[in-house]
Design a protein around this ligand. Structure first.
Ligand code: GLA
Length: 391
């Protein structure tokens, strides 16, 4: 099993804490975003993959109405009753679990009849843009559905996690992170359409792997920059809805040619923001055709373009991420590189020739250290299985 050591540690800690074994243990992975940045809430397209790091969630029913929840890394316990599942201002890590619990059973947690003892533990690097929070939400969802006998489909489950982010964690995110965590397949990408909320697993192709390079600089999506980007996209879509003669509800409905013709009715910032998801959608759709033909080299070139669009238009990159992509561009065995996820710090995803992975890590880290005086966390990413109940 993936991350067996984390699972063993969680089981040992759970038994020590609660004096019994869990009834159910679930697992959900983090994700990399490969192509299609800030397109999900614009109802566009994304290539992503679940990664080999994730979070386990262990749970056992209680006979009373209490919930006891422990963060396995901190060994800190919080508790409440199923009659009052709410957003808390202390120990804010609990909001990902409390929010998912509340959103899975909207207005109905009190009807569940009994509470639970739970603990979670994972190894998705925190604050790295790899969706550690979605991993926790989806692990929570899988375990609680099993515990309470609730059968729900993938999209409804993903939406419960997304609602928890909106209402409990304060991030107005799209559905990408939760859906990728659920829909991952070993060795495959997830290609999603966020209008229909459908996805398919597609092979990446032979002779390439992903690497992730996490810069040590701070990354946070809840401080407002993500929300202002989203608002600018929505305002731009409202403008295009007025001037175009076909229906527009989201930027998904606007082509690059239409942006060029009609952007002048937008203020400069809105126009800059809007062109990014519009271009990303085009790159994902063209990229899908390239992958079908086995042309990973041209697919990689789109990743470089995507980063450039983030840097110049969407302004969701950072000097550290720009430097990583610049270093990567100089290495012939790197086919593509871009920031992955919300941006404003976090991680870059690289498409590389596997035999060069070690040399790539050394080169990037020595250049990064020379420039910033620190080193990045760099690892090869294995596209991995999505969330599931493990025991
Ligand atoms: C974050 C959000 C996602 C998505 C990406 C950017 O990861 O949680 O919903 O918007 O940023 O593509």
């Amino acid at each position: 099993m993936l991350n067996q050591n984390v699972y063993d540690e969680l089981l040992a800690k759970f038994e020590k804490q609660y004096g019994r074994k869990p009834e159910t243990v679930s697992y959900a992975p983090g994700r990399i975003e490969v192509l299609g940045n800030h397109t999900d809430y614009n109802e566009g397209f994304v290539f992503s993959a679940a990664i080999q790091y994730g979070t386990f969630f262990a749970v056992a029913p209680r006979t009373d109405r209490e919930v006891h929840l422990v963060a396995g890394d901190l060994m800190k316990e919080v508790s409440y009753t199923i009659d009052k599942v709410e957003k808390r201002s202390e120990d804010t890590w609990q909001n990902y679990v409390n929010g998912t619990f509340a959103c899975l059973f909207p207005g109905k947690t009190a009807e569940l009849g009994h509470g639970f003892d739970a603990m979670f533990l994972g190894n998705v690097p925190l604050g790295a843009g790899l969706s550690s929070s979605a991993a926790l939400e989806m692990a929570t969802a899988k375990a609680l559905c099993k515990l309470y006998g609730l059968e729900i489909d993938t999209v409804t489950m993903a939406k419960a996690g997304q609602k928890a982010e909106h209402e409990y964690a304060g991030c107005p995110c799209g559905l990408l992170d939760q859906l990728s965590s659920l829909a991952g397949k070993e060795g495959q990408l997830v290609k999603s359409d966020f209008r229909s909320n459908t996805y398919e697993n597609v092979p990446l192709g032979d002779g390439v792997v992903f690497m992730m390079v996490t810069s040590p600089a701070k990354h946070a999506l809840v401080d407002g920059a993500y929300a202002t980007r989203r608002k600018a996209c929505e305002d731009a879509a409202a403008h295009f809805a007025k001037v175009l003669r076909h229906p527009v509800t989201h930027l998904r409905d606007v082509s690059m040619a239409e942006w060029v013709l009609y952007k002048d009715g937008l203020d400069e910032t809105q126009a800059r923001r809007a062109v990014h998801p519009i271009g990303e959608d085009e790159r994902v759709l063209a990229g899908a055709k390239l992958l079908e033909k086995g042309d990973v080299k041209s697919f990689g070139a789109f990743m470089f373009d995507s980063h450039e669009s983030s840097r110049v238009w969407f302004e969701n990159s950072s000097p550290e991420l720009d430097a990583i992509v610049d270093f990567a561009k100089e290495i012939p065995e790197v086919l593509g590189a871009r920031l992955s996820g919300g941006g404003f710090g976090g991680s870059c995803v690289l498409l590389v020739k596997p035999e060069a992975a070690e040399a790539i890590e050394k080169t990037i880290n020595s250049k990064y250290e020379a420039k910033f005086g620190e080193r990045c966390k760099i690892s090869v990413i294995k596209a991995s299985e999505g969330a599931h109940v493990v025991a």
